[in-house]
Write a protein that binds this ligand. Structure first.
Ligand code: IMP
Ligand code: MG
Length: 174
């Protein structure tokens, strides 16, 4: 068996992440009203920890659902082919929808997922990503971004490398 890479330098500590998540939740809470029937849609699996922390800090009543898209397999490179393995069952029409991502890299995942959600006619569709590598301009850009991330391969706080390291409470580079 080839030796597994080990997480190196801590890029964002648990404390830094927690502070930023509270700020994002406050921004989101004041950007919508109850009439918007806010739906927060987590992109699995990478967003699961971010989602759990974020929704507990959002003071506006809202619903939570998940979708599963896959483009990476076990490697570090996107395969470019985005498959939707699980569609949200919640109604989207007429609601304010926020898609929650762990990290935006090439933008391929969002490019694959957003048109399919838009076709279900939400009143608004925005993206909240914890990390954004800003490698290419996106249309639209995520409305909420936790951190502009370095162009390293990052793991922890939900982010994996071949399913390892998701459980780390901080984010490190590999
Ligand atoms: P994109 O489609 O290239 O924007 O990649 C987005 C998805 O790839 C994210 O939801 C992650 O699951 C994964 N990904 C991209 N960069 C990283 C990284 O640095 N560490 C872990 N996963 C990553
Ligand atoms: Mg992922």
């Amino acid at each position: 068996m080839t030796p597994q890479p080990k997480p190196g330098k801590v890029v964002y500590s648990a404390e830094q992440i927690s502070t930023r998540v509270q700020e994002l939740a406050a921004d989101i809470s004041s950007a919508y009203s109850e009439d918007d029937r806010l739906l927060i849609l987590g992109l699995l699996k990478g967003s699961f920890i971010f989602m759990a922390d974020l929704v507990r800090e959002i003071t506006l009543p809202h619903h939570v659902d998940f979708l599963v898209a896959s483009s990476y397999g076990a490697g570090k490179q996107s395969s470019g082919d985005v498959r939707l393995l699980h569609d949200p069952e919640s109604p989207l029409a007429g609601r304010a929808v926020i898609v929650v991502e762990d990290i935006v890299d090439s933008g391929t995942t969002l490019e694959g997922v957003l048109p399919r959600l838009r076709a279900r006619e939400p009143a608004s569709l925005d993206v909240c990503t914890l990390l954004h590598k800003r490698l290419t301009p996106l249309d639209p850009e995520p409305r909420w971004v936790g951190f502009d991330a370095p162009n390293d391969f990052l793991v922890g706080y939900g982010l994996d490398h071949a399913e390892d390291f998701r459980h780390l409470p901080y984010i490190a580079s590999l």
